[in-house]
Design a protein around this ligand. Structure first.
Ligand code: UDP
Length: 243
């Protein structure tokens, strides 16, 4: 196995099969464009297991993902894909950068889900971009942008319903997509990366306390403590719901 790419939270390895990569989930945690760094013990296994479960849920509902199989607690096989340099954020409730950008109060329920695109570029600090920017920079075609928006909203409906059954409110989340590069594929769009407490804001539906209800990476970003316990709670509740 050769290392193909090492990111902040995962390492990708090639395998003997050109259509299959191995994704290893790390315990390393970063925030604020990697200016804050740390370790969340057990995060790799939790994020891998949560992502595998959610990818299975989405595949079962007809959303094409890169997920093939979970091969170890912190490892999954994924399809070879060319990742688009975009982060698609879907929001149901105002939090994080949306509150800073718009002045909306954290916790404000949005009338409709909001889709935002960010340009994946560490040097620029992953800026918010409009669809015109995306076309100008040729990060995706107009038809791909439309597909990303529709897919993301569909994923939001499916995840929102699922998380509700787990007693968790899905506040917002970030998705990444890739172009299928497995040999013989027709090059469709695949949902890629991960869906985990690192990439979603998840609030305990049974709590209204603004700090106690946080079950996601905001506990690390904002130094709220109890990170491992929160991630563990998310995993237990999610894995208890069959897909
Ligand atoms: N997010 C992510 N990776 C990033 C930036 C954001 O997974 O590089 C997720 C984040 O966890 C949250 C959502 O995207 O669930 C929206 O994040 P926001 O734009 O509010 O940025 P933040 O406040 O996290 O900097």
């Amino acid at each position: 196995m050769d290392k193909l790419y090492e990111g902040k939270a995962k390492i990708l390895y090639t395998t003997d099969n050109p259509g299959v990569l191995l994704s290893h989930f790390k315990d390393d945690a970063t925030a604020f464009n990697a200016r804050k760094r740390g370790t969340i013990v057990g995060k790799g296994q939790i994020n891998c297991s949560v992502s595998a479960h959610l990818f299975r849920l989405l595949e079962g509902a007809g959303v094409a993902t890169h997920f093939i199989d979970q091969t170890a607690p912190d490892e999954m096989q994924v399809k070879t894909a060319r990742i688009l340099p975009l982060e698609v954020v879907v929001r149901n409730i105002a939090a994080g950068s949306l509150t800073q950008r718009t002045g909306l109060q954290s916790g404000t329920v949005l009338k409709h889900p909001l889709v935002e695109f960010f340009y994946k570029n560490d040097e620029l600090g992953d800026p918010l971009v409009t669809t015109d920017h995306i076309e100008l920079l040729e990060l995706a075609t107009p038809s791909q942008i439309q597909q990303l928006r529709e897919l993301s909203l569909r994923v939001n409906s499916l995840l929102q319903r699922f998380f509700e059954q787990c007693g968790i409110t899905l506040v917002d989340f970030k998705l990444e997509f890739g172009i299928d590069q497995t040999p013989g594929s027709s090059g469709g769009i695949l949902l890629a990366d991960e869906i985990s407490p690192d990439t979603c804001r998840l609030w305990d539906s049974n709590s209204s306390d603004p700090q106690a209800r946080v079950l996601d990476k905001d506990r690390f970003r904002l130094d709220l403590g109890g990170i491992e316990g929160a991630y563990q709670t998310v995993m237990e509740r999610i894995l208890a719901q069959p897909v």
